[in-house]
Each structure stands twice: as C-alpha cells, then as structure tokens.
Design a protein around this ligand. Structure first.
Ligand SMILES: *Cc1c(COP(=O)(O)O)cnc(C)c1O
Length: 371
C-alpha cells in the first residue's frame, strides 16, 4: 500500500511563493519609480528572451492570444484567407485566426499529438495563406515536414508556441521557424507571470516594425501615431517578474524532463497506456514537457479513480478538440484520428514543484487501477 497523499495538477501559489522575496523587491522598485508601461525591465526581458530562443525581435504583449492576433494582422491575413491549424490546440489558436477575419481550418494531430504533416495537404485550397502549428505540450512539431508542405504550396508558417518556450526541433527553438512565433506567460505555463502576458517573436525586420506599431496604438519611436494600432503591451511589472524567473527557467526545464523520465521508468511497460515520447528518445526533439499528456484504456474510469485519490488529472481543453466545440462553426470537419484520440487522452501532474514521491504515488495508483 502506498501512503496516501495529494498531488495537485498545478500549484498556483508556487508561482509566487517560490521566489517571494525577490518578487517583493521588484514590486517595490517598479512601484516607487512608477515605471509601469514600456519601461526598461520590459526591454531587458525582451532582449533576454531573444537570446534564450535565438529570435531577432521579441515583443512583450498582453497575452498569447493577442500575440497571434497582432501577428496575423501585421501580415495582413484577414477576410477571404484560410489558415490551417491542428484541432488539438486551445480554442485561442482558432479564435485568433477568426478575429483576424480569416477562416480557421482544422487538421488532424498524429500519434505524438502534434499537427499531422500528412493531413495538411488535404486541407489546402486556393484561399490558404498559412499553416499555424501548435507546439503542443512542450514539444516542437516536425518542422522539416511542415516546411516542405508550406514551400510546395507557397504558404507561410506561423507558430503557436504558447506551450513551448525553449523546446527545440533539430536544435532550433520553437517560435523561430516561421514568419512569427507566439508565447503565453499565463500562470500555469512553463514560464508564468502573475496574470496574463505573452510575446511575439520574429526574425523579419519589416514584420517587426509592423508589430511594434500594432501593439502600441500605431505609435512609432518618436511618439507619432503613424498607423492604426491596438493596445497589447506586456506590463513592465510582469516583464520584471518574468525576467527574474527566466534565470531559473533552465532548471525548471531540467526538472520537468526528469519527471517525464521518471514517469517513463515507472509506467513505460504498461500496455494499457501510451506515454509521450521520453526525453531524448528522438535526437531531433528537445521536449520541455509543459504537459504530460498520456493515452489510457478505460480512461473514463481511471480518471475518477485517480481523482478519488487526490490526483489532479484533467483532459486538456475541457475534453474537446476545437472542431468539436459548440457554436464555433467548425463541426462539419471530420477528424477521426483526433476524435478517437480524445476518447483516450488526459494529463498527469507535471510541474517543477512535484517531488519524486508525488510521481511515484501517481504511478502506483495507476497500476493499482489496472490490477
Ligand atoms: C495558453 C495557450 C494559448 C493562449 O494563451 P493566453 O496567454 O492565455 O492568451 C494559446 N495556445 C495554446 C496552445 C495555449 O496553451
């Protein structure tokens, strides 16, 4: 018998308590200077993210969803255009396409839960402008395969990398493969702030100029309003908190990968489960495990059993891929692989504050269920 304990899916207070003293100092420093909007700490954070992922331009924006809307608008994608996305993503990916004025077109995910490159071509029409893969669960898609489809059809690549800061494919960071990439700093994300926050990155100088205007009321560096713009800025306070956390972020990634390896060693032999690819199981991928999303036989009995044992284990997106949501006008799309997968998938606790004993407890309870 394993001793009973409680393993929450995510530890929200730890976002703050983990480095409380440093955060209080940041609060005092910025508060006393009244340095709230577009101040030095924001530029420092942008520069540090730029160095961390190897992107030329980084802009802190209001949140990950706004990052995508800003990017789509900056590229002039809108009415009459179609953008292909993987239906296994947050509704925000499709909503950003929708609110840019374009039509979101969902495609299948593959066995690793990432956009299936082999299903993209089927969805391409004369109206298609871009492919927008989600770098899901901290993994980066096979970007060679996606690039080859995009090039064959003259399409742009736009990355929703909200879950993938520091994840790599063939040594290159998520967010840097296409015209732009976007990140979210929602508290439960791998790098989380005290509310909403996001970033958009690009290596394209012209696009960067448009993004800079769009996020700040169309205002240029001289303070003149030279274009229609929006208000989508990352608060200086949030940027300073994030910059402080970024210093320890490589340790967080290391810990997440350790936990993934531990799950693999404890559960990898079970025929009832399909686990995510283990760290370093494929030299092309460096995964950072934003989520540990598994598939399981008899999932709908397993989850209540785990919850009775105080284990947080939600199904991502409330249990539905985007094309199955009500009132979103996408339910005429048929994606049989994704739909079947959603009868089996759910997430195990995964965050850097887990102890090995937590992971061992979760694994023991899963074994107990199948025995
Ligand atoms: C969290 C998330 C978003 C949205 O980010 P916000 O900062 O909450 O707007 C978009 N896409 C994916 C895949 C996400 O996980």
């Amino acid at each position: 018998m394993t001793e009973s304990r409680s393993v929450s899916f995510f530890n929200y207070p730890a976002v703050y308590t983990s480095q409380e003293d440093e955060f209080v100092e940041i609060f005092k420093n910025i508060g006393r200077r009244g340095a709230f909007i577009l101040q030095q700490e924001l530029h420092d954070f942008e520069k540090n993210i730029s160095g961390f992922i190897g992107a030329k331009h980084v802009f802190g924006v209001a949140d990950g969803t706004n990052a995508m809307i800003v990017g789509l608008r900056a590229l002039g994608i809108g009415e009459g255009d179609e953008v292909i996305f993987s239906s296994h993503t947050y509704v925000a990916t499709a909503a950003a396409i929708h609110f840019s004025g374009a039509t979101p077109v969902p495609v299948e995910c593959g066995p690793d839960h990432m956009m299936d490159p082999d299903d993209i071509e089927r969805a391409i029409t004369k109206k298609t402008r871009a492919i927008m893969p989600t770098q899901l669960n901290g993994r980066t898609c096979n970007m060679d395969a996606i690039r080859s489809v995009a090039d064959r059809h003259g399409l742009l690549i736009l990355e929703d990398a909200a879950q993938a800061l520091g994840s790599k494919f063939k040594g290159k960071c998520a967010g840097t493969f296409g015209s732009f990439g976007t990140f979210s700093f929602y508290p439960a994300k791998v790098l989380g702030c005290f509310g909403d926050g996001g970033a958009i990155v690009t290596n394209d100088d012209d696009l960067a100029e448009k993004i800079a205007l769009l996020r700040d009321h169309g205002r240029n560096s001289k303070g003149e309003h030279v274009a229609w713009g929006m208000n989508s800025r990352l608060d200086t306070l949030q940027a300073a908190i994030l910059d402080c956390k970024l210093k320890r972020y490589p340790d967080d990634i290391r810990r997440r990968r350790e936990i993934a390896a531990l799950y693999e060693s404890l559960l990898g032999d079970m025929p009832q489960l399909t686990l995510p690819p283990a760290p370093d199981s494929d030299p092309d991928h460096f995964d950072i495990y934003q989520n540990y999303e598994i598939e399981a036989d008899n999932r709908d009995s397993l989850r209540p059993f785990l919850m009775e044992n105080n284990i947080g284990c939600p199904i991502q997106w409330g249990g539905k891929p985007v094309h199955k949501l009500k009132n979103h006008g996408l339910d005429h799309h048929k994606l049989p692989f994704t739909e079947k997968m959603f009868e089996r998938c759910f997430m195990l606790p995964m965050h850097p504050h887990l102890e090995n004993e937590d992971v061992e407890y979760v694994a023991a309870k899963i074994r107990e269920f199948y025995e």
